[in-house]
Design a protein around this ligand. Sequence first.
Ligand code: ZN
Length: 496
Amino acid sequence: MSQDFADLSLGRRPEGRTLITASWVVGHTHGGHTLLRHGEVVFENGAILFVGYRFPGEVARRIDFGNALISPGLIDLDALSDLDTTILGIDNHPGWAKGRVWPRSYVEAGPYEMYGEEELAFQKRFAFGQLLLNGITTAAPIASLFYREWGETVAEFDAAADAAGELGLRVYLSPAYRSGGMVLEAPGKMVPVFDEERGFQGLNDAVAYINRQNGRHGDLVRGMLAPDRVETSTLALLQRTDAAARDLDCKFRLHMAQGTMEVDTVRMLHGSTAPAWLARNRLLSKRLIAPHATNATADDLGLYAEHGVSIVHCPLVSGRSGSTLNSFSKCRERGINIAMGTDTTPPDMLMNLLVGLITCRINDHAPDRVRCADLFDAATLGGARALGRPDLGHLSPGARADIAVFGLDDAIMAPSVDPITTLVIGGSGKATRAVFVDGRLSMLDRRLASFDMEKARQRAQAQYDGLIAKYPERSWNHPPVSEIFPPSYPIEADNG
Ligand SMILES: [Zn+2]
């Protein structure tokens, strides 16, 4: 690295023009990514000025990242933003017996916030740090509502906006709301319960939040409405959400076509699949971002294509629970815009691209319908398109300087071939060396601006252990933690 690197500080936008170079640069021409061998990227005041060879102007500093790929920052539209609880269920099934559906007894006792306000704020800051470590520069956060009293709160999202501003992460925020929830009446028997007013109140709070926060922190913070799950939203709530998104000129994200419980519940309530229900009510449009489409029918996908709905594909979390988008390549052929999301721990987009490649090929029964570059496109251009941000997801003059630098010379990734193939097949965000967001240095060599991830990791563990201790309260028949989450192997006692 050149001497000039020393005058860059974490959390700051460098003065004047910065030129960065590496063995490979992802450029952009005629709407598609290109590769430049030993190319240069010049940025100033948060915007990219130049991508190419031999920049003719003056620069304040030159930084050579060596054998690395200078890439557009990754865009994560279902970005893990809490201490992930889905991993507790990886080997522990069924979900309703393991604290993933509220039993009637818990509802009657009065659901409560299992984290305090400070813990809620802390976990978001920690999760944002993890995203930056993985080369993610734009995030639309997602978190579980199982451990919440009801929806997300304005206070934690005010704190989240500040965390994003201080760490230097581009975010699309507002507290998630819902008009209903699933309640467990008997083993395996789940029914939806609704509280319409609570849903409306959540939407009103989210709208006020967006009006207040949109554009803050040098425009790193923008709004996105996030009604939580289609099966726990009423038609009126979704109609008001769509109208509010139109007024605010923002997107709304709604999970649907993602699981059998949802598909069954929506069919029982509305007589069709969720996408068909929304289409009937004219709620499918370019404003809608819809994770995960793993249970979408051919007709559902046809509706997404027809109305310009973007899918968020999260192959790691889906694959781990035994479902997949069938398939990534077929959705592309239909013309559906696909963005990517991490959604679970580890919030590693490169791992998701690898899993996405593998699951697509399994579904296609063929190796030649999808390329590593197609997944890379989804994590960059696809995300930008879903957000309606032509200035994100690529490196070219005029675009925002959201940049991830990935090492290509790590011993675990040798030998290198084509840089995109190497990165996707390597499948690990640990290759991330540096991250710039809006021209600010947000991560360098696993360090972040004003946040110690090593210390934070310890605090996160203690907080998470405290949550696990509360699981019996919302698991069917309230068994002890040792029965809800038994160890992988019997633990031998130390009798000495
Ligand atoms: Zn999700």
